[in-house]
Design a protein around this ligand. Structure first.
Ligand code: ZN
Length: 261
């Protein structure tokens, strides 16, 4: 069974999570505190402080939700009471902000700065801070272009030419589906000139979600897929060397005969 999707979550269940500090997966955590405050007239916001139980880590992260996610159950340990998240709840789904953000869940083969900005964009979008989210996503794409030294400047204005820069990125990654870069290159607000004057409209939430997913898919194709292919080829060459050494050592015919049908 493929359970790798669980590595992409912050909280796996009421007992285990992927720690953003020590980056260990599937470790146990404790809810060391809970608080609630009035977000608005009628809205209550719940905060949860979560401590990693890994040896040598024990760092605390904070998570906000508009939902009470605890159940009545309380655990007693070393003269302290801990509450717990309720069982069988998709905890991530109800959190709208986490500090640290869960940027670690984007594959760490993707450049770190880009990852951080993507997750900041996602967190801002979830909190409905659309201007901030739009800014983070734009910054993430420019950071990516810079990281890959793909920025092409317009000779007249001296500013980065967005479409030409994406095209140059596309030629650097010929194995990635060109449609992904074409889609990135067509983001209107990135292309328009007023980008450089800082006066542009924020994207609305559905558009932001689409653009964030598009960027993530492109990053995955750029950095994760080729690395995984390389890993598989590495396994293949190991297998080859196993076969060739068994050929040299043992009688080949004998091996074939003893092979079960
Ligand atoms: Zn930890």
């Amino acid at each position: 069974m493929d359970l790798s999707h669980l590595d992409k979550k912050y909280f796996i269940d009421a007992h285990k999570y992927n720690c953003p500090f020590c980056k260990r997966n599937h470790v146990t955590y404790s809810m060391v505190d809970h608080f609630a405050f009035n977000w608005g007239d009628k809205k209550i916001c719940h905060g949860y402080l979560i401590r990693c139980n890994s040896d040598g880590c024990e760092k605390v992260s904070m998570h906000l939700s508009f939902k009470e996610l605890r159940e009545g159950y309380v655990e007693y340990s070393q003269q302290r009471y801990y509450s717990r998240f309720a069982e069988n709840t998709d905890i991530d789904k109800f959190l709208f902000f986490s500090q640290p953000t869960s940027y670690f869940v984007l594959d760490n083969r993707i450049p770190e700065k880009v990852r951080e900005l993507i997750y900041e964009a996602e967190n801002s979008r979830r909190s409905n801070f659309l201007v901030g989210a739009s800014a983070c996503l734009r910054k993430a794409i420019y950071e990516l272009l810079e990281y890959e030294k793909a920025i092409v400047k317009n000779s007249k204005t001296g500013h980065a030419d967005y479409q030409e820069s994406i095209k140059s990125l596309k030629t650097k990654f010929p194995a990635v589906a060109p449609e992904l870069f074409d889609a990135l290159g067509q983001i209107q607000e990135m292309v328009s000139d007023n980008v450089h004057e800082g006066s542009w409209d924020a994207w609305d939430s559905p558009k932001l979600t689409t653009l964030i997913e598009l960027t993530k898919a492109t990053l995955h194709e750029m950095y994760v897929v080729p690395a995984e292919r390389k890993d598989r080829l590495g396994v293949l060459s190991q297998l080859k060397s196993v076969f060739s050494s068994s050929k040299n050592g043992k009688d080949e015919e004998e091996q074939i005969e003893t092979k079960p049908e």
